[in-house]
Design a protein around this ligand. Structure first.
Ligand SMILES: Nc1nc(=O)n([C@H]2C[C@H](O)[C@@H](COP(=O)(O)O)O2)cc1CO
Length: 232
């Protein structure tokens, strides 16, 4: 019948799971109100289902009442208050979801505190996009614990592996991560503040646009609408 699809008609340029999950993390980061660094996380279970997402934010009901400062007296900085994206992805997990065995897709390498949480919650893998704080004791401690924790692996997200193009560039770490075909967007599509928080350069590409350009530079329809609106 007409309804039957021959194998010739099977769509081949679909978004592969790993790119989709990282794109959701990238999109989640856009919800962050942190003016400097926006982080997103996407928690995926062993059935390849998303069980939770998160972004860095102040605790419930504290948003707007706490500082986003990076410097100053400890009590006046964001660091002692902010809930990291990874923590939120875990606590946001659906009530009936088992986080044990899950994979954490996160746009920035987890800190030592989140790593403890990740290990104790029984996650099995961390896939990260950016490692801009790799020189800090926090990140070093994270890697030390992840290595010790054995079954828990961490790997840098690599969309080349899955044959897709993702246009996320990190200016602070040359050649860190970019697609084979690095889509150069018109300047109006660029922003001064990217998902990983580098606000110094406008060579950064809007993460949402990055998500839109996951494959062959063709944004999926929903995101294309957004870009067209910007064009007007
Ligand atoms: N893995 C992470 N997940 C996160 O959600 N964060 C958050 C905490 C802060 O809101 C922000 C980092 O601020 P800054 O030092 O880059 O201005 O990102 C930070 C890290 C880094 O370990």
């Amino acid at each position: 019948s007409d309804c039957l699809q021959s194998s010739d008609l099977t769509r081949t340029d679909f978004l592969v799971d790993t790119d989709y999950f990282m794109a959701v993390a990238v999109l989640s980061a856009q919800r962050s109100k942190d003016p400097n660094t926006q982080v997103g996380a996407c928690l995926v279970n062993q059935d390849n289902k998303i069980v939770g997402t998160g972004h860095n934010c102040m605790p419930n009901d504290c948003e707007g009442k706490l500082p986003w400062n990076r410097e100053g007296a400890k009590l006046d900085t964001k660091y002692i208050y902010v809930c990291h994206a990874e923590l939120n992805a875990i606590v946001n997990a659906s009530a009936n979801a088992d986080v044990k065995g899950c994979t954490m897709y996160v746009t920035l390498f987890p800190c030592n505190e989140c790593t403890k949480l990740i290990i104790q919650a029984g996650l099995k893998e961390v896939v990260y996009l950016c490692d801009k704080y790799h020189k800090t004791p926090e990140t070093k401690a994270s890697k030390k614990m992840l290595d010790m924790a054995g079954i828990l692996e961490y790997e840098r997200f690599d969309s080349i592996k899955s044959d897709k193009n993702i246009s996320v560039r990190c200016a602070w770490e040359e050649n860190f991560f970019y697609s084979e075909k690095n889509h150069k967007l018109p300047s109006k599509h660029r922003v001064h503040n990217d998902v990983m928080g580098n606000s110094q350069t406008n060579s950064q590409i809007l993460p949402l646009t990055a998500a839109a350009h996951l494959h062959h530079g063709k944004p999926p329809p929903a995101l294309q609408v957004k870009i067209e609106q910007q064009d007007r």
